[in-house]
Structure formats: structure tokens, C-alpha cells
Design a binder for this molecule. Structure first.
Ligand SMILES: Nc1ncnc2c1ncn2[C@@H]1O[C@H](COP(=O)(O)OP(=O)(O)OP(=O)(O)O)[C@@H](O)[C@H]1O
Length: 237
């Protein structure tokens, strides 16, 4: 199996309209577990995630996977805060990435139905996807991402608009994916969620990595006063 990691960022920046959205960032990511990116509003969490995934343009520095970048991209999936639903059934939505990869209609739909059941959408598989609730749409988005068996799953605030029950279901799906070997790189505003899911925390401030530590160390004894203040709920600028 092709090795994707370590992933190494050196002086990586992304700019838009003459403004640095994130960077410069130096980061080395190994191939296991869940890295959770946290930080104040506007600190660059989404921009960094998009940059690593290849959805934002690298304006300076380098991002190097252990394999060719195209190969790494093929093994990634990205889940957005507000998933885009195709005007098709739930099962057809979940099957869509397999169809794009050339899997036949029947085989893709069979797998999609399996994934739909796994994420708790068994009763909705034949409904039009746009009628689902926010939590159900996010479960669909996860099934649609996981059906390609990505080695790396990027998630940008996947539970931001969800209630507690839907959030718990999504976190269970993510924990299962991690246990099955999927590398998770995710942003969240929710410190409790970061505590529940993180193996390591990357704390951003002004587009840069201000602190990074194993999750237990970060939450018990953050190394910087800004991270400590953020965890207390203070406004950090
Ligand atoms: N398309 C864009 N064009 C110009 N500026 C942008 C764009 N997207 C984001 N920004 C700015 O870049 C900075 C980083 O934004 P980003 O969304 O990455 O931060 P964030 O930490 O994810 O924020 P939030 O917690 O509010 O979601 C912010 O100052 C934001 O206003």
C-alpha cells in the first residue's frame, strides 16, 4: 500500500486578495489518529485545512506528502460544515463518488445502501436528499466521504449546526473510522468535541501554529498563555 505520511509543511502559506489567510506554517503530520485544529474565529483553521487538502492555493512554502501529491489527493475526502446535496435520492448521493470513479450503477448503489445503514440512514435511503434534516445530511456527507475508503478524512466544523444527538452520532462514526485506520484532520469550535476526539491538538492564532501537543497534555497543561486563555473561554486575539 502506498504510504502517504509523513506529510510535511514548510513555510506553507495561502493568500487571497493580498491577504494571508493562513501561514507560514511548519508542520509534520504522521499517519495515525485524529489531529484537531482549534483556535479563535478567523485564526485560519478552515484555510489551513483547505490548504493541506489542496483546495486552497499554496502561495509560499511547500507541502510534501510521502507519495506523489496526486496519489495523496486520490486517497482523501473532505466533509464541509454545510454539505452539498445533489437533487437525487440519499442512496444516489452516497453512491456518487463511486460512480465518478467508474464503479457500475448497481454495485455503487449496493455499497451506498450499506454505508447508509452504517451511518443510521436506513429509513431514508430512497428519500430525496434535500429533505433530510441537518444532522441527517451530515451523516450522508460522511457516508459519501467514507464510501471511497479514504486514508485521510478532512472535516471542517462538521457538527457546527447540529444538536447533541446528531453530534454524538457523527462522533461515533468518526471514532469508528479512526479505529479502522482513517487519518482524521478536523477543525472545530467545540472544545468538548476536541477533547473527545483529539489525539493531538493544533492551536492556531493569526494563521500560525501557536501551540501543538498531544491532546492530554494540551488540555491538562497548555504550553502557552494564549492556549490556556482560549481553553478558559477568554477572548484571545
Ligand atoms: N475567501 C476569502 N477571501 C478573503 N479573506 C478570507 C477568505 N476566507 C477567509 N478569509 C479571511 O481569512 C482569515 C482566516 O479565515 P478562516 O475561515 O480560515 O478562519 P477560521 O479560523 O476557520 O474562522 P472561523 O472560526 O470563523 O470559521 C479570516 O481573517 C477571514 O476573514
Amino acid at each position: 500500500m502506498t504510504e502517504l505520511f509523513p506529510l510535511v509543511l514548510e513555510g506553507a502559506c495561502t493568500r487571497r486578495g493580498g491577504k494571508d489567510l493562513a501561514g507560514p506554517v511548519d508542520l509534520r503530520l504522521e499517519g495515525q489518529g485524529a489531529s484537531i485544529i482549534i483556535g479563535p474565529n478567523g485564526s485560519g483553521k478552515t484555510s489551513l485545512l483547505r490548504l493541506i487538502h489542496g483546495a486552497a492555493r499554496l502561495s509560499a512554502g511547500t507541502i510534501t506528502w510521502a507519495c506523489p501529491t496526486d496519489t495523496a489527493r486520490h486517497h482523501q475526502a473532505f466533509v464541509f460544515q454545510r454539505p452539498v446535496m445533489l437533487r437525487r435520492s440519499v442512496a444516489q448521493n452516497i453512491a456518487y463518488p463511486l460512480r465518478l470513479r467508474g464503479v457500475g450503477r448497481r454495485a455503487a448503489l449496493d455499497q451506498a445502501r450499506d454505508w447508509g445503514v452504517r451511518v443510521g440512514l436506513a429509513d431514508c435511503l430512497d428519500l430525496p436528499a434535500p429533505v433530510l434534516s441537518g444532522g441527517e445530511q451530515q451523516k450522508l456527507a460522511l457516508a459519501r466521504a467514507l464510501i471511497t475508503e479514504p486514508r485521510v478524512l478532512f472535516l471542517d466544523e462538521p457538527c457546527a449546526a447540529l444538536d447533541g444527538a446528531a453530534t454524538r452520532d457523527i462522533e461515533t462514526i468518526l471514532a469508528d473510522a479512526k479505529a479502522a485506520g482513517t487519518r482524521i484532520i478536523m477543525t472545530t469550535h467545540d472544545i468538548g468535541q476536541a477533547r473527545r476526539l483529539a489525539d493531538e491538538v493544533i492551536f492556531l492564532l493569526h494563521g500560525r501554529v501557536h501551540d501543538r501537543a498531544r491532546a492530554d497534555i494540551f488540555f491538562d497543561a497548555p504550553a502557552t498563555s494564549e492556549a490556556a486563555a482560549f481553553l478558559r473561554g477568554d477572548i484571545v486575539q
